[in-house]
Write a protein that binds this ligand. Sequence first.
Ligand code: ADP
Ligand code: ZN
Length: 730
Amino acid sequence: MTPSFYDEGALVAVMTTQPLDRALDYKAPEGGCHLGAFVEVPLGPRKVLGVVWGPGKGDYDYNKIRAVLRVLDAAPMRDEMRAFLEKSAAYTLTPMPAMLRLATRAPGLGDPPSMRKVYRRGLSEPDRMTDARRRVLDFLNEYGDLSFTLKELAELSGVTSSVIKGLVKQGAVAEEDSPRDLPFPPMDPARPGKELTEDQAKAARHIATAVQSGTYGTTLLRGVTGSGKTEVYLEAVAACLSAGRQALVLLPEIALTAEFLKRVEERFGARPAEWHSGATMTERRRIWRMVGQGNAQLVIGARSALFLPYQNLGLIVVDEEHDTSYKQEDGVLYNARDMAVLRASLLGAQVVLASATPSLESWANAESGKYTRLDLEARFGPAVMPTMQTIDMRAEKLPSNRWVSEELKRAVEARLAAGEQAMLFLNRRGYAPITLCRACGHQVGCDQCDARMVEHRFLKRLMCHQCGETKPMPTVCPSCGAEDRMAPVGPGVERLGEEAVELFPEARVAVLSSDMYGSARALKAEIEQIAEGGADVIIGTQLVAKGHNFPNLTLVGVIDSDLGLQGSDLRAAERTFQLMRQVAGRAGRAEKPGTALLQTYQPEHPVIRAILAGDEEGFWRAEAAQREAAGVPPYGRMAGIIFSGPDVAQVFDAANALARNAGALTRVGAQVFGPAPAPIARIRGRHRVRLLVKAGKGVALQGAIAQWIGQLRLKGDLRLAVDIDPQSFY
Ligand code: ADP
Ligand code: ZN
């Protein structure tokens, strides 16, 4: 067994956040140190942050080993957390130091708790009373024991800070030091929630009982938008808090709105800790510390909140569990949903995965009995699902540079005349058109791997993003033989925006695309402003499909429902299905009934039909059967190997060389495809190229990949990243 304390001079292994491939030996400092302690150690000429990971290896001359400089003032990392970081590093093939950085993303961890001045009512009376002084004292008398910062007190009592300083001199106001990192106010789980419907109450009881059991389990909570999933999981949070354990609610960053926080605050009578990318350094440090001390009971956060040092976590809710933003695509490539399940299983905690349109992975896990599935059927209250209809684009005679059909145009005009909002939805940024035959609807696919070919303008060729195959633009349809009917279709949202301006000259048109805003916050602010009536016609990609409420929106026009149906992405049908359902759910969320119009060249396609019929089970069963037959996730395994570097030819060469030496993979029956341009072909001036690995479900893929890439020596500025369970294929 690993000892939990090391006396001075004992050898300890310290994992640092520096890019080294192992923990280093140090001597425990004066006073000793605990297993898991956060420490500062010397590394060459520098002092770096580390965690005591276990006993030292002792494979080095004891006399040359340096001592830990100091133990930081923070609760030691718990065994469970170290196990979690090790397991997630092994799963994602991430070096431990990078994993540890994720878990220590708060500044000033080593600093002693900093203090600030606070002010409260003092014992004396001032020698001379003025109006301003009276206001301050009345205010403090009213609030009894509470203390305030100088700025707060000045603002709240409407005086300048010099008035307060004057009162301090007289002893009428007391000035004290108080730690800056204050505990979060306690949550009150006993406050009554909404009265639940029978359906909701049953689901809530089930999860609450599971939480009370103190064991691991995952529940898939499925229900259409507005069916009360949030109400149900807040009950589970209440049960968890009542049991004295902490709770975490993960949301896609974009859904972490002021509205949502207010709702949680109303439910529990206090504001939860909020962890997101826009949080200030001070806020981050406070949350990190308070979570570790058990002084933050409830955290609402974006995906990285999963790596906070919870003291006693009992429940993790992953809302909108199908959302692709849970997969981090840069830096450490992990899926927060999957890692949440891993963390909970190590902790004996419960996971709730909530969604209107679960991922096929979660659906399959529920089918196989690994997850419990709870369904909320009825939509709560008066809101009704919108009417959904297709527009058969084969019958529309649109010029090739137009994407809004006559029927959709008229529908938008009607909404504009009524003073309501319309949304045109297209899940494509910039230019990435497909090539299809206007006579038969056939789309040009890749001969090698059955993926759709994408037009590249400057190459004047079609390219497969999965295997890198290219070919010239065909002039004759490979399917029906019609001549000169092949055409690129599918504009980006920006081009669609131009068309909307021409079609609706009187309307205010707003284009919402993630790459058009500097930050998630800026985008969120823009969406909120638009939701409040800042635009008449909204053009958007998938991000408008996330959790936002547009009360005045009554029409959603899906420009290209076919996009993704035969894509090079194995999750294309699933995503299309989820997006259509959600986008359709946008329309008429408030009282006004909504309509969704789906433009399609394939109105009889099973996915389109499943959407119209609302037949989710039918869709999932069909999709699951297809993937099982193809041996792809969740019925097979995949990994991406991404090379990046400033020189595109060099990057391709390195990837080719690795692909040719894939013995470690072929031995376990895995296959390698590529190289091809990565989903994001260039980031910050670096070209990215990807190999794709496919294997059977039972294959120990990580081990084989580690061995395979272990032979590689990367030259110069080349870098390599492994993406286990890749999400994006474009
Ligand atoms: P979901 O998370 O499934 O989208 P919500 O929990 O947000 O659904 O519920 C949608 C709306 O209906 C919210 O405004 C919520 O407060 C309300 N609601 C849901 N269930 C109830 C209930 N049992 N009593 C009162 N209001 C409810
Ligand atoms: Zn291909």
